[in-house]
Design a protein around this ligand. Structure first.
Ligand SMILES: Nc1ncnc2c1ncn2[C@@H]1O[C@H](COP(=O)(O)OP(=O)(O)OP(=O)(O)O)[C@@H](O)[C@H]1O
Ligand SMILES: [Mg+2]
Length: 472
């Protein structure tokens, strides 16, 4: 009897990889199917100091000199001193090209660890390539395990940690890193070993080119702010008016400010006024905590810091005063961003009290005092009337996101969620700083204009398209 070979079904996925300073968050969406959802990749790592949706952004050499990445590295480092291993790779590599990201303590620790490991010929770019290849590989494996009998085509969007995509020295570097990571991951699939892959990265890195228009390219670079706004526009389809979203990360704090019009109609228009990645984040709070715990002369590990962060409400006195001081300074750094946004819409009453809604996300948003400090209006000291405070709350979850019983809360996955929108669509966004400020006397004012229609299924369409992400 002739054998009838069953044809494997071809499934298309879009993966979003939010490359974070402390951990990487991954979400995916199946394309071309109705009613499908955006899901997080969960890791069964059982690490007490990382939530299940977090792939630790660390690497380390273990006791046998073997290079470990992500989960294995975090497990190995968990009871070691807080400052060993390759940590905050994102800040180290960005700080090499953009002074505002440069952090002396982080870079010194990184260099010391390289020297101790006899790896001083390896550049931070090389480790970043390997780490991102590892993240791509983890995402691919998770999807293949879920759909074992299907033929799978996956595209990946990885966010770049810079807000100013044009004229930024780091832009071509990060693009090269991502292109090299795509190459390395394919060798990984063919059974390459981590150490030999690292050697290959060192040899080939300089020759690698990022080719986003090449048909074969499957890994793309998207500015973090673009992924964020794409995600907010879907999750905040509730009210007209001014919104600000604050993402409190470990290494950066990102602030986006925009104005929504026409929510009740078939076509919503958004004016995106400002988007900035401030190079200051929750790792500074970790440093404050470390200083206090270390007073007792004990070795402070990752687990200790994580435990203290989760119990900050129990602390009082000097430590809380120092944390509040740090947060207040961070709030002051947001003021120029508010002013930048105001230039696009200089009509003061629109910026008062409950006219502006603030939403928070990111791991650092759980630090006590965040809401109290960041709900303050930048404009309050400058006018005679109007309240000092804006409403502030956690970023709401869009209907098509599956938080897996809150094991992966949306406010931690919002950037990864935004990155599950295919690159050709995200590529249409223009960051506010790359959009010329054309002052207009009449409102609505200037800023990056984004139109969102309603898809025939009722959900908001992807910006620039007529369909939502599920129906595309
Ligand atoms: N329960 C908590 N309370 C306070 N802070 C916390 C808590 N849990 C985590 N954090 C802080 O949040 C940080 C991680 O947040 P997040 O995952 O958003 O950062 P990231 O994406 O890795 O960094 P970035 O966006 O800056 O690159 C941790 O480094 C820690 O400082
Ligand atoms: Mg982040």
């Amino acid at each position: 009897m002739p054998l009838i070979k069953q044809r494997k079904e071809k499934l298309r996925f879009q993966v979003g990889i939010d490359f974070g300073t402390s951990s990487t968050k991954i979400a995916y969406a199946q394309l071309g199917v109705r009613g499908k959802r955006v899901r997080p990749v969960l890791f069964d790592h059982n690490l007490p100091h990382y939530p299940p949706f977090a792939l630790p952004s660390v690497a380390a050499f273990d006791q046998n000199g073997k290079l470990q990445m992500g989960i294995e590295a975090a497990r190995y480092l968990s009871d070691k001193s807080w400052d060993t291993g390759f940590r905050r790779i994102k800040v180290v590599v960005a700080g090499k090209y953009d002074d505002s990201f440069y952090d002396e303590v982080t870079c010194e620790l990184y260099q010391k660890y390289l020297l101790r490991s006899g790896m001083d010929h390896i550049e931070p770019e090389h480790f970043t390539v390997l780490y991102l290849a590892h993240a791509i590989h983890c995402a691919r494996t998770a999807i293949m395990n879920k759909f074992p009998s299907s033929d799978i085509d996956i595209a990946f969007n990885i966010c770049s940690p810079i807000d100013h995509i044009q004229n930024n020295k780091f832009k071509p570097v990060f693009e090269r890193i991502v292109a090299a990571a795509e190459n390395v991951e394919s060798q990984w699939r063919d059974g390459g070993r981590l150490e030999s892959l690292l050697d290959a990265v060192v040899l080939k890195y300089n020759e690698t080119l990022y080719r986003p228009h090449d048909e074969a390219t499957r890994v793309f670079v998207i500015p973090e702010s673009v992924a964020e706004i794409a995600s907010y526009l879907v999750s905040l389809q509730a009210r007209n008016g001014l919104h600000a979203v604050l993402d409190f990360g470990a290494g950066t704090t990102d602030l986006s400010i925009f104005n929504l019009y026409g929510i009740e109609t078939d076509e919503t228009t958004t004016y995106w006024y400002a988007a900035r990645n401030l190079p200051r984040g929750a790792q500074r709070i970790e440093l404050i905590i470390k200083r206090y715990i270390q007073r007792d002369g004990i070795v402070v590990s990752d687990k200790d810091i994580s435990h203290a962060l989760n119990n900050l409400k129990k602390f009082d006195g000097e430590i809380i005063r120092d944390i509040r001081h740090e947060l207040f300074e961070l709030w002051e750094e947001t003021l120029p961003v508010w002013k930048e946004a105001y230039v696009h819409n200089p009509y003061q009453p629109e910026w008062f009290e409950n006219k502006v809604h603030i939403f928070t996300c990111g791991g650092g948003a759980k630090i006590p005092s965040i809401n109290e400090i960041f709900r303050q209006s930048w404009i309050s000291g400058k006018v005679m009337y109007g309240s000092k405070f804006h409403p502030i709350k956690t970023l709401p979850m869009p209907e098509d996101y599956d938080s897996v019983n809150n094991r992966a809360p949306f406010d931690r996955l919002s950037v990864a969620y935004g990155l599950t929108i295919p690159q050709p669509v995200l590529g249409k966004y223009i960051l506010p700083r790359d959009c010329p400020v054309h002052h207009q006397p009449d409102r609505p004012s200037s800023g990056t204009r984004i139109m969102i229609k309603r898809c025939s299924c009722g959900s908001p369409a992807v910006p620039g398209e007529n369909k939502c992400i599920n129906c595309m």
